[in-house]
Design a protein around this ligand. Structure first.
Ligand code: ADP
Ligand code: ADP
Ligand code: ZN
Length: 214
């Protein structure tokens, strides 16, 4: 099953993608995570990406597309995968489709997790990420057992620099301008499905699984 997660920053794409990846035993591919790993390791890609990410802007398509296309052609993706945070622009979607067509493959579902803008700043300011294992929590909605400590691996949690309210507003504008047009793109391809992302994380998950099962 080849799935794309769509939705505003903070809609819950990553949370659901991780749960789906566990259930279907397929890789979770997050371009944001790939960039953050590159930044941490001081690679050239990381250095280039950081200048855009810090400003709440998208990293240019040419730095993203080949990376994802190479990744989905790897052996562990043969049964399927979940793309989280890619594509984010129409040219990215077109380049993915073209690369998949070459290997006789295509996306099965683009899952749009709908959350209104007014909920997003709250989602982002409460988001806490584990520095070590990448797990994501929310101070109010999905709290850890011990404040500031990852339930899974015991390491410290951080507030992402780009989750501060000033940058979030910018990222939301970028989302509406550059990413939202993908909803129409995948509707036309008959692969769009929608879920109400304001519900509890387990309810959202059940709704997605029910749709995918059909
Ligand atoms: P979010 O939690 O908002 O969905 P991500 O972790 O997916 O954020 O991405 C963080 C940042 O990484 C984005 O704001 C953007 O700068 C960059 N990024 C991630 N994926 C892409 C992509 N497909 N195209 C361009 N930039 C991207
Ligand atoms: P995205 O990948 O779309 O940027 P995340 O999955 O990182 O979003 O979720 C953003 C924040 O909202 C995180 O703090 C996460 O723990 C929290 N969150 C995710 N799903 C829900 C939900 N259904 N209800 C409340 N909070 C949620
Ligand atoms: Zn952890």
């Amino acid at each position: 099953m080849k799935i794309i997660m769509l939705g505003a920053p903070g809609a819950g794409k990553g949370t659901q993608a991780k749960m789906l990846a566990d259930k279907f035993e397929i890789p979770h591919i997050s371009t944001g995570d790939i960039f953050r790993a590159n930044i941490k390791n001081g690679t050239e890609l990381g250095q280039k990406a950081k200048t855009y990410m810090d400003q709440g802007l998208l990293v240019p398509d040419e730095l993203v597309c080949d990376l994802v296309v190479d990744r989905v052609k790897q052996d562990d993706c043969s049964k399927g995968y979940i793309l989280d945070g890619f594509p984010r622009t129409i040219p990215q979607a077109e380049s993915l489709d073209a690369a998949l067509a070459e290997i006789d493959s295509k996306i099965d579902f683009a899952v749009n997790v709908e959350v209104p803008d007014e909920n997003i700043v709250n989602r982002m300011s409460g988001r806490r990420a584990c520095v070590a294992c990448g797990a994501t929590y929310h101070t109010v909605h999905i709290p850890t057992k011990v404040e500031g400590i990852c339930d899974r691996c015991g390491k410290d949690l951080i507030l992402r620099e780009d989750d501060k309210p000033e940058t979030v507003t910018k990222r939301l504008n970028v989302y509406h301008e550059q990413t939202q047009p993908l909803i129409e793109y995948y509707t036309k391809k008959d692969s769009l499905v929608e879920v109400d992302g304001t519900k509890d994380m387990n309810e959202v998950f059940d709704a997605i699984v029910e749709i995918l099962g059909k």
